[in-house]
Design a protein around this ligand. Sequence first.
Ligand code: DAR
Length: 340
Amino acid sequence: MNPFIFPKESNSLVKKHLSQKICQALEHLKTDSGFTLEKAIHSGLKNPDSAIGIYAGDAQSYQTFSPVFDPVILEYHGGVENLKHKSDIRELDLPVLDPEGKYILSTRIRIARNLKGFSFPCHMTLSHRRELEKKIIMALSCLKGNLKGNYYSFEHADKKELKQLETKNFWFQKGDRFQDAAGINSDFPKCRGVYLSFDKQLMVWVNEEDHLRIISLEKTSDLSKVYNRLCQAILSLNQTLAFAWDKTYGHLTSCPTNIGTSMRAGVHIQLEKLEQKKEILFNITRACNLQIRGTCGEKTKIENAVFDISNRQRLGISESRIIQNLHAGLLAIIKAEKSI
Ligand code: DAR
């Protein structure tokens, strides 16, 4: 008898791949930090509309519970058998996509990182979070040049300052119900905060869904410039921080959808004509392996014909290849918009 009963209406990948046999093999196992299968799938048990339904509590989760993580990863990321993920973070010099700013409103590239040797956000004590935050703040203080900025602790910063960050969307809210059920929100807002460069084009979220979300953003279509800023930030942080890495799965993250590069690179692009001919847009994004989200991100609607278009593949592809593919795909989309 499977001790974990998923909601009957659930279609999550974890429900699909956690057979009774695998459940019996895994249910009594724990990682060195004490993370269990039950904790890993708690979000999927509680949220029938989970697409994935499982989170990792530490790097070891991906080995200890591999009988369920592996098929979920294989199905979600597709075609990555016999994988050895390779990272390639090097600066690029691509033509500006939309120099007149007729279509692209903004460009945003983020990567996630978790520190080696620490449990992941869904499985951290308050003292672990505090130790981690201190370590990250130290590393952020070493950022130089145009990356220099300030850290704003949600717990201690001036409330007026935090309000300003919120109005300008330079912050993050408490995680959604999926993250809440996983334990990612425990002790919120303690040990959470945002680093913001003085030019407001580099943001680092601390202790959100992962230990770090490093985000480069600007209201232009200069994909190379946004990507190169991110490269500089990652390479600088790499001088002082060691990240959880696996030779097969690359960078390890709380959610298995983000492993590999953990990169989501995208633009907000206004496509008034293609909005009326969505089939054309869908064909291009499918062919270029791009993903369309709503104007305000995951699971939101399209407003004023503004689409959030980003890379689909995160695993089995390098960071630089993602950027080059995105650039080519967006050129094709702008060409199609102009031709209608
Ligand atoms: N909502 C969870 C996770 C989906 C992927 N998105 C992330 N990781 N933000 C689900 O299982 O649907």
